[in-house]
Ligand binder design. Structure first.
Ligand SMILES: *[C@@H]1O[C@H](CO)[C@@H](O)[C@H](O)[C@H]1NC(C)=O
Ligand SMILES: *[C@@H]1O[C@H](CO)[C@@H](O)[C@H](O)[C@H]1NC(C)=O
Ligand SMILES: [Cu+2]
Length: 322
């Protein structure tokens, strides 16, 4: 689908949706692709984006349901896909957004060779290509990635340049944490055809399933932004797997993707745009501040605590400097 005008969609949205948000369109390869319009009739709608019902959030109770995958009950595609070259940018534009304390996470999943349209995204097939949570300041009052979405409605990611060509789903997710211990999840998925000459597939250690990727006890989900700890903590533990930057490769997924043996994990800085070949950071060479995370399953940051503090384990997934 080529560039379209959005005036009609915007008019109907104003009447029906007062808060929250969702990705409204995507720009890649010089083309704008209209997203699903949840407040318009589903009849005869076609989009690269999977159907979803509203801008309302999913909650902790939804983490174990298929809805957490693409914000629907496993609904399949409507026949459209967007073409994007590996190594180039995808800009997502939200129709609206309302929460500043929020993380952005972007995942992809390789579809079977039969294509994405009749595939629901089930299985341990999703890998994270980009994320940003707390940007600066404290969890309680600092700047978050959600500020960028609220202020610009835009988020641009780079498809890993080494990614093997094929059909993929891309899943943009906002995780809003403005309410104590009541996180809100806003995922939407779209269908892509990735071109290029890459040969890399993410190693199995980067792959997660939806549902399955998150647990209610993850520190970034069982999270109280109003706590005294959040008023003093300057890093936020984004849930889910480490970001895969394309710098490592595992076996190509079979049909459907099957778990494979773990491969070495490289630490990746969380930045607004993933670069094609970021240098691996050294976890040992840095120091975590008091109250910052210093360990836990999946954690790739600094493990040495600032002078006068020690790394205190508060669960398998989270240790902090106290
Ligand atoms: C967001 O992206 C759209 C589409 O490219 C653009 O028109 C708009 O100016 C951008 N907004 C900001 C604040 O950069
Ligand atoms: C470390 O954590 C344990 C429980 O997780 C707690 O009882 C203990 O007081 C903590 N130590 C410090 C120095 O805060
Ligand atoms: Cu909301």
């Amino acid at each position: 689908m080529k560039a379209t005008t959005f005036a009609t969609a915007a008019a109907s949205l104003l009447a029906t949706a007062s808060a929250h948000g969702g990705v409204g369109y995507y720009i890649m390869g010089g083309t704008t692709y209209q997203g699903w319009q949840p407040y318009n009739s589903a009849d005869s709608q076609k989009s690269i984006q999977r159907q979803y019902a509203s801008f309302n959030p999913l909650l902790i109770a939804d983490l174990s349901t298929v809805a957490i995958r693409c914000n629907n009950a496993g609904t399949l595609g409507t026949g459209l896909t967007a073409t994007v070259a590996a190594g180039s940018d995808i800009k997502a534009h939200w129709t609206q957004w309302t929460h500043r304390p929020a993380s952005v996470m972007v995942y992809m999943a390789k579809c079977p060779s039969s294509g994405c349209n009749s595939w629901d995204g089930a299985g341990k097939v999703w890998f994270k290509i980009n994320q940003q949570g707390l940007v600066s300041g404290t969890e309680n009052s600092g700047k978050w990635a959600g500020d960028t979405i609220l202020d610009t409605l835009n988020w641009t990611v780079t498809v890993p340049k080494t990614l093997v060509p094929g059909e993929y789903l891309i899943r943009h997710e906002l995780l809003a944490v403005h309410q104590a211990n009541n996180p809100q999840f806003y995922p939407e998925c779209a269908q892509l055809t990735v071109t290029g000459s890459g040969t890399a597939s993410p190693p199995a250690s980067y792959l997660v399933s939806f549902p399955g990727a998150y647990s209610a006890s993850d520190p970034g989900i069982n999270f109280n932004i109003d706590s005294e700890q959040s008023k003093a903590t300057t890093s936020y533990p984004i849930p889910g797997p480490a970001v895969w930057d394309g710098g490592s490769s595992g076996p190509a997924p079979s049909e459907p993707a099957t778990p494979t043996s773990a491969a070495p994990v490289t630490a990746v800085p969380t930045t607004l745009k993933t670069s094609a070949a970021p240098a691996a950071s050294s976890a040992a060479a840095c120091t975590a501040a008091k109250f910052a995370q210093c360990g836990g399953i999946g954690y790739k940051g600094c493990t040495t605590c600032a002078a006068g503090t020690t790394c205190n384990k508060s669960g398998d997934y989270y240790s902090q400097c106290l």
